[in-house]
Design a protein around this ligand. Structure first.
Ligand SMILES: O=C(O)[C@H](O)[C@@H](O)[C@H](O)[C@H](O)COP(=O)(O)O
Length: 236
């Protein structure tokens, strides 16, 4: 089992304040200990306010590397690009000085781009200081989508990143080709934060804590991983 700490907040504002504080502390400690810090970021509506807040905080951003948890295989200008989302929310103001390691590269497909991405991620400081995950109503986290092509590899490889092709659904939308941290990549972090908003997703999370298939509910693989130190943030 992962070590799991659950924190419930009365509102999104309270969750944002606590997340901002956690990130500030973890990144400052990383810089104090190693002279540099690494933050792995997801897209999604839950972390966006904390990213905006953090961008205005003086943290020694020139010593911080921000890298993606997952990405659609689309150009950085695409409206669905997580890279574009991180640039517009986090990498502004003081945080504009951070180094940014992205997943999308020039390869025609995620499958063809995975080696370049793996070597980019191999150069990051280990362990990463913080990894921020979201989850979907289908039990996906990062781009580890239920029963996706590439999921078995993603859950078993020692590589940090992996190519995924999800089965199209309301949750994935039309763009199903993704690059993602593997389960091992998620476990490379000193601490992992999982952000959950709303009662519907809370029920999915509670179900994921019960025994069952990791292929139908990939979040379960994170919750049962022996080496992951996970803090779950929830707000209504
Ligand atoms: O790349 C994606 O498809 C999204 O980023 C997605 O994985 C998101 O992280 C979760 O759906 C949580 O979203 P919320 O933060 O909006 O709950």
């Amino acid at each position: 089992m992962a070590s799991i700490t659950e924190r419930e907040f009365a509102s999104k504002d309270e969750m944002t304040a606590a997340l901002t504080e956690l990130l500030q502390t973890a990144l400052s400690e990383g810089i104090a200990t190693d002279g540099k810090a690494v933050l792995l970021v997801s897209g999604g509506s839950s972390p966006a306010p904390a990213y905006r807040h953090l961008s205005g905080v003086e943290l020694g951003w020139d010593k911080i590397t921000v890298a993606m948890v997952d990405e659609r295989w689309v150009d950085a200008e695409h409206e669905k690009s997580n890279e574009a989302f991180i640039k517009s929310t986090l990498l502004q103001d003081k945080a504009a000085g951070a180094r940014f390691v992205t997943m999308k590269n020039r390869a025609a497909s995620a499958e063809e781009g995975v080696q370049v991405c793996e070597s980019d991620y191999a150069a990051l400081k280990r362990p990463f200081d913080v990894t921020i995950l979201g989850m979907g109503p289908d039990g996906h986290t990062a781009s580890l989508f239920p029963n996706a092509d590439g999921l078995e590899h993603a859950l078993t490889t020692t590589d940090t990143v992996c190519a995924i092709n999800a089965h199209q659904s309301e949750v994935t939308g039309e763009i199903t080709e993704r690059m993602s941290l593997s389960l091992a990549g998620i476990a490379h972090s000193k601490t992992v934060v999982l952000l959950i908003s709303g009662e519907e997703k809370k029920a999915v999370y509670e179900a994921a804590k019960q025994p069952g298939s990791e292929y139908s509910v990939p979040l379960r693989a994170v919750l049962t991983h022996p080496d992951i130190d996970l803090t779950v943030f929830w707000c209504p």
